[in-house]
Structure formats: C-alpha cells, structure tokens
Design a protein around this ligand. Structure first.
Ligand SMILES: Cc1cc2nc3c(=O)[nH]c(=O)nc-3n(C[C@H](O)[C@H](O)[C@H](O)COP(=O)(O)OP(=O)(O)OC[C@H]3O[C@@H](n4cnc5c(N)ncnc54)[C@H](O)[C@@H]3O)c2cc1C
Length: 401
C-alpha cells in the first residue's frame, strides 16, 4: 500500500509527485507511454520575450527532480479501472493492481476527431501525432503537407514542423458539417486566432489583431479577407479556403479544396486539387477524463474548459474522498498551468494525509495557478476564468468546500 498513486507522468502528474514526495509521502506514478513527460515532450515554441520553451528539457528536469525526491516512476503501464476501497483506492493496471490511500488522475487531454472525406488514406494523421513523430520520435511526417483545421494548437505545431524542415503548403479550414461546427466558419476561426496573434512574428499582424477586437470588425475582416490569406512564418493561413476531400490511390496525393463564403459554404467553380504527401487534421482538444468517470466522480459540461470535466475545487480535490485531479483533465490549458495545478494537487494530497508542514504553502500554490494562467502564452479557450469559476461553484455545492 502506497500513500499516493498518480496516473499520468505529464507536467501535472510529475509536479504533483515532486510536491507530495517532498512532504514525506510515498509516491508512485504510472504512465502508459514509454517515457515520462506527457505532452510536454512534443512542445517547442518561442515565447513573446524571445526565449524558447523546450518541453523536452522541462520534462527531463521534472523527471530528474521527481526521482531525486524518491518518486517511483513506472512507464509503459496503462490504468484501465479505479475503484474505491476501505482504505483508499485500487487501480487496475496492465501490471496488476495497485493499492493507495490517495489517488491523483492527471491523464491530460485528447484530440477531437474531425472527419474529412478521404481521411483513412495513409499519410493522414492528427496534428498531435505529427507533433509527436517530429519532436519525440524524430520521424519526418512527409515533405510537403496541408493542415486542415486552424486553431492555436495547429498554428503552433505548424511552426514546429517547419523548424524541422518540413514544408507546410497551407493551413485551411475543414468542410462545414454538424461535426466540424465552428471550426469550419471563417469568422469564428478568426476570432480564436486573435488570441494567439501576440505570437506572430510580424508587427503588422500583431497591430492588426489589436484593431480586430470588436465583432463587427471581425465580420468586416472576414469579408475583406485576402483570397490568398495571410502568412505566419511564411506558412499561408487561408481562412476562406476549405478542404472538401483528401485524394490519393494508395496514399495521400493531394487535397481537393474550394474557396468558401463567410458562412463556410464552398463557392461554385472555385475547386482545385493541390498536391501534398501528408495531411494533418486539427480538431482541437478535450479533457481525457474517462478514469474519473469510472471512479464515480460527478462531471460538468463546460465548453470553455474543453468539454466534460470532473468536478473539483481549487485544491484539486473531487467530491470523492481521496480522489484528486490536475492538469488538462480539469480543462485544457497550457503546460505551465498544468504544472502549477500539479503542485497544488501534490500539496493538497499531503494535507489530506496530515503531512503538510506549512498550510501557507498550499494557499500560495493556489494563488500561483491564477498568476500563471494570466501570463500564459498559449490560451486554448477564451473565458477560462468563467469556466473555472463554474466548476468551483459546483464543487462548493456538492462538498461545501
Ligand atoms: C496533441 C497535443 C498537443 C499539445 N501541444 C501543446 C503545446 O504545444 N503547448 C502547450 O502549452 N500545451 C500543449 N498541449 C496541452 C498539453 O496537454 C498541456 O500543456 C500539458 O501537457 C498538460 O499536462 P497534463 O499533465 O495535464 O497532461 P499530459 O501532458 O497530456 O500527460 C498526461 C499523461 O497521462 C498518461 N495517461 C493518460 N491516460 C492514461 C492511462 N489510462 N494510464 C496511464 N497513463 C495514462 C499519458 O500517457 C500522458 O503521459 C497539447 C496537448 C495535446 C493533446
């Protein structure tokens, strides 16, 4: 029996493990991937101040610190069930059962699938798969490709692929359908892009984004939007072009595209096929929260956090005794926010175990999450504060704390 079991060795899980082990708890992390770091491993982007965020190095640092604090890290171990027991929780894993007093689920986020005709052809992958192949496995995903889906994640990963010497022919929208929803509407996409405009290398784009804050300016911007789109790091981003179909016989050979009206509908006669040897589809992220559901945790649907999230308070405690959550499972945000939440969860678990030396440390850590959130370079969803407040109120209603 261990004091704390953490599922997920991403930035949230590793940070929690370090915080908790430093308070004297016996801690084990299990992760189904072959190495620790979670989604940090694929991240490489330049901060607005010019410094580089190298997720691989951050992951290595957290891994070292965790091991130095006495955390046991088991990779290649998948958890498929969690049930409460008389003394805490039992997790069923591919390596047998683990009994623990306290359980933290930090399983991160998953990509949302966006169906595009032809997407089963070899050479079509999710944008996250392209990030892992390029930055973690060091495998070229292709020579010249098209990214379908324009959002903060796909823009950031397009740049990462470009840095690896892969040509991104263009970024375009998916076809409008009930499944693709807002991702196929030029105006909605432009609004979400304005949140990342501060990352743009061109002062003109940064300045333009300031002018585009009002919704009527956004509508005007979409109708006047140049047919060739604009470029970021020389990658053409075409919000008035959509993919109709990915074409090829045995593998990707191209994409059939069309110009679209501001409502996302294809303009007759504008169709053409552009050559490509790979295609990435980017549909956004949602919390990967199945294990919390299996555990019996109550959920709320909060679009500004990315979808269904387990109810939890600002100490990352769920209403179920001994069950904690942290990181993207609680709402899709950047890796730095996940780390800050992980520290809160670790200290909170130590507190629940009666081992927290100084309760001010936990209060400071909770404040720090808000500070890190305000400063985050990458914000996946607007209205994140509102979403967090909603979940906090639901936690208060169900547990009284
Ligand atoms: C494709 C993708 C790309 C992203 N790119 C960026 C980016 O460039 N910049 C940025 O700031 N944020 C990015 N994010 C958001 C990113 O998830 C967070 O920044 C951060 O990594 C979240 O940390 P986490 O610890 O909550 O989850 P993760 O880092 O996702 O770690 C979760 C870990 O849990 C493990 N796991 C999941 N289920 C199980 C199970 N059942 N059993 C055992 N182990 C399990 C996974 O293998 C993983 O290692 C990206 C997210 C995704 C999905």
């Amino acid at each position: 029996m261990i004091d704390a079991l953490i599922i997920g060795a991403g930035p949230a899980g590793l940070s929690a493990a370090i915080a908790c082990a430093k308070q004297g708890l016996s801690v084990r992390i299990v992760d189904e991937f072959y190495r620790a770091g979670g989604r940090l491993l694929g991240q490489l982007h330049q901060e607005p101040n010019g410094t580089w965020w190298n997720g691989m190095e951050e992951a290595a640092r957290l891994d070292r610190e965790a091991r130095a604090a006495g955390v046991e890290i088991a990779c290649g171990v998948s958890v498929f069930n969690v049930v409460p027991s008389s003394s805490g929780w039992i997790a069923s894993t591919t390596e047998g059962e683990i009994e623990t007093s306290l359980l933290l689920i930090a399983t991160g986020a998953s990509e949302t699938a966006v169906p595009v005709p032809g997407w089963t052809l070899p050479g079509v992958m999710s944008i996250g798969a392209a990030q892992v192949m390029t930055n973690v496995q060091r495998v070229r995903v292709g020579e010249r490709g098209v990214i379908i889906g324009v959002n903060i994640l796909s823009v950031a990963i397009a740049r990462e692929l470009q840095l690896a010497g892969i040509q991104i022919d263009r970024m375009i929208l998916p076809p409008v359908s009930t499944v693709t929803g807002k991702a196929g509407f030029p105006e909605a996409v432009m609004r979400s892009l304005l949140r990342v405009a501060h990352l743009a290398p061109s002062p003109l784009i940064r300045w333009g984004s300031q002018l585009m804050k009002s919704s009527w300016m956004q509508r005007l911007g979409v109708s006047l939007y140049p047919s060739q789109g604009f470029s970021m790091w020389d990658i053409p981003i075409q919000l008035r072009t959509a993919a109709l179909e990915i074409v090829g016989t045995n593998q990707v050979e191209g994409v059939r595209i069309a110009r679209v009206a501001p409502d996302g509908q294809p303009i007759p006669g504008s169709e053409q096929i552009i050559p490509a040897d790979f295609v990435c589809i980017a549909g956004g992220l949602s919390p990967l929260a199945e294990l919390a559901a299996i555990a019996g945790c109550p959920f709320a649907y909060v679009p500004s956090l990315g979808g269904h999230v387990p109810i939890h308070n600002d100490r990352m405690q769920t209403p179920l005794p001994g069950l904690f959550v942290a990181g993207n499972i609680t709402g899709v945000e950047s890796a730095k926010v996940a780390m800050a939440q992980g520290i809160v969860a670790g200290l909170s678990m130590a507190d629940a175990h009666g081992a927290l030396a100084d309760s001010a440390e936990l209060e400071n850590a909770i404040r720090q999450v808000g500070i890190v959130r305000q400063r985050a370079t990458i914000q996946f969803h607007p209205d994140i504060d509102e979403g967090r407040a909603t979940v906090g109120q639901l936690a208060l209603a169900s547990t009284g704390k």
